[in-house]
Design a protein around this ligand. Structure first.
Ligand SMILES: N[C@@H](CCC[C@H](N)C(=O)O)C(=O)O
Length: 274
């Protein structure tokens, strides 16, 4: 019999979660893809024994195309909820490749997580060459009449580029431009591509073409990156409701310590065996 898993989602961003506290889990890229063939998901998540004091666990994330990634915002809320349920507590800290993350309950199946500070230097995103990450030299469309240009670039533990829109980002644009930019040579590690329409100082419509997963219903780190990118350009304030295809997230880029705080729902759908 295969090992047990939990099927979860955060605003429709789909996860298969494996609890690897008692039995090691180190899937090859082929195994990551095979699990997706069996139970389709956007990211695979494993919860391993803690490797550091003060952390309840060590958590790893993979895209469904097989590669391991440094961060997953919606997955972070899902893991925080599972660990709080298991520990019967209201707050938890755990470690990831990108550093310590913490979460707390903010309602019934609603979790607030501290995603840490955004990394804003060009070599932290990373970009292939030095540029001002508030607006990098990149455009979509003809040189003399670009459709979109000068996006912001931000790392939330994973790379994001954010195009600023003045209207609803339609499917053709998100799929076409997203798949093109994901592997653009300017991004040596690939990139998640956000299309953000700042509708008010405190409201952003956002769609994200995720690296290694395509168009998802929501991307948590993408929402953090979009708020930071919009605020740096003066298009919004430092706190906004993000309208994603799967629902809403609240993101705040906290003034006091520069951390990005994300609040939103999670759902446990079913359990099964791999
Ligand atoms: N869905 C995630 C992001 C997952 C990783 C991303 N596709 C990458 O390759 O960096 C989220 O909620 O942040």
């Amino acid at each position: 019999m295969g090992r047990p898993f939990l099927k979860m989602n955060g605003l429709g961003n789909q996860f298969v979660v494996v609890q690897a506290q008692d039995e090691p889990f180190d899937p090859s890229p082929d195994e990551v893809r095979a699990i997706n063939d069996h139970t389709p998901y956007d990211q695979l998540i494993s919860i391993e024994p803690s490797r550091s004091p003060g952390a309840a666990a060590f958590v790893r994330f993979w895209n469904n195309t097989g590669e391991e990634v440094g961060a997953c915002g919606n997955g972070t809320r899902a893991v925080a909820w599972l660990l709080m349920e298991a520990g019967r507590n209201d707050a938890v800290t755990f470690a990831t490749e990108g550093g310590l993350l913490s979460g707390e309950r903010a309602g019934d199946h609603v979790v607030r997580v501290d995603m840490g500070e955004p990394r804003l230097r060009w070599d932290q995103v990373p970009l292939a060459e030095e540029m001002d990450t508030r607006g990098i030299e990149l455009q979509i469309g003809p040189i003399d009449a670009p459709i979109l240009h000068t996006p912001g670039a931000v790392s939330m533990g994973n790379p994001h580029v954010v195009f600023f829109m003045d209207r609803e980002p339609d499917d053709a644009l998100v799929r076409g431009a997203g798949s093109l930019i994901e592997h653009h040579p300017l991004f040596p590690e690939g990139v998640n591509v956000g299309f953000a329409w700042p509708k008010a100082q405190d409201r952003i419509r956002l769609r994200v073409w995720e690296r290694g997963a395509g168009l998802t219903k929501a991307c948590g780190t993408g929402a953090c990156a979009a708020l930071v990118a919009c605020a740096r350009r003066g298009l919004t304030g430092r706190r906004a409701t993000m309208e994603l295809d799967g629902g809403e997230l609240t993101i705040e880029w906290r003034e006091s310590d520069g951390h990005v705080i994300m609040t939103g729902p999670i759902e446990l759908e079913f359990t099964g065996r791999l």
